[in-house]
Write a protein that binds this ligand. Structure first.
Ligand code: SF4
Ligand code: SF4
Length: 191
């Protein structure tokens, strides 16, 4: 089992509803983000300019460096392969923040612990989708088990076709989140 997010950049309008929904649902501190929407571009030469939006969230890596470097076992991988943090075990050393290549973790100044996207495990427990998925007006976000061909995430990838499926650069941590972007929207660039 590998639960993760698939984000369709052809459909993302950069409205940041996912940022807001994530912060409200999870009580993310002022100035911190578990999910952040970046603007890529404009790139290219006029008049052939390209621009798109790129929501960045924990990539649910299958070999996560953040877990490997955690000295207390606070960062761990759940049975359905979601990377989580046991805040009771977190000593706030922030090794994991340095180890994450995608800046997916944040430090909570008052609680003195590190936090990140949990794929809204508390909503999954009551049969709901993560808040960012539920509240995306562009229907650009899909959640599910990549090993289940009937999951929303797997179906979205199948429908997009492999040429239009992209991932963040893999530096040995094997990110599992996927981005859909067809050539008509923009060229996927790894940096
Ligand atoms: Fe893009 Fe959906 Fe996030 Fe809006 S809510 S920025 S459309 S992913
Ligand atoms: Fe860990 Fe960062 Fe990968 Fe998420 S994206 S699993 S925080 S290394």
């Amino acid at each position: 089992m590998q639960k993760t997010l698939v984000i369709d950049l052809d459909r993302c309008i950069g409205c940041k509803s996912c940022e807001v929904a994530c912060k409200l649902e999870n009580g993310v501190a002022l100035g911190n983000y578990w999910n952040r929407v970046h603007t890529i571009g404009p790139k290219g030469d006029y008049p052939d300019l390209q621009m798109h939006f790129l929501p960045v969230v924990c990539q649910q890596c299958s070999q996560p460096e953040c877990v490997k470097v955690c000295p207390t076992g606070a960062s761990y991988i759940s049975e359905d392969h979601i990377v989580l943090i046991d805040k009771a075990k977190c000593i706030g050393c922030r090794y994991c923040i340095m180890a994450c290549p995608y800046e997916a973790r944040t430090y909570h100044e008052e609680m003195k612990v590190v936090e990140k996207c949990t794929l809204c495990v508390h909503l999954q427990a009551v049969g709901e989708q993560p808040a960012c998925v539920k509240n995306c007006p562009g229907k650009a976000r899909f959640f599910g088990d990549l090993d289940d061909p009937e999951s929303d995430a797997a179906k979205a990838l199948r429908q997009a076709g492999s040429d239009s499926v992209h991932a963040m650069p893999d530096v040995g941590n094997h990110p599992t989140a996927r981005y859909i972007m067809h050539r008509k929207t923009a060229i996927w660039r790894e940096s």
